[in-house]
Design a protein around this ligand. Structure first.
Ligand code: SF4
Length: 64
């Protein structure tokens, strides 16, 4: 359990990210950078959060 302050303007379910609130599905950063890895994005899956950083104590999809 961590006690990071959730930013309720940035909803996120990526618990494997260092900046995820963990207790609630929100990011803890003030701002995030969103971008695309495609030349011509057409669907949601083309878009990424570039602020993502892999959580250090995550392994095999299990985060604490
Ligand atoms: S940095 Fe991006 S991926 Fe990580 S918790 Fe925030 S919104 Fe989610």
């Amino acid at each position: 359990m961590e006690n990071k302050t959730p930013n309720h303007s940035i909803e996120c379910s990526v618990k494997q990210c260092e900046y995820h609130c963990q207790n609630e599905n929100y990011c803890t950063l003030n701002t995030v950078k969103i971008a695309t890895h495609e030349a011509n994005p057409t669907v949601c899956q083309c878009v990424d959060c570039e602020s993502f950083v892999k959580k250090s104590n995550c392994s095999g999809g299990n985060c604490h």
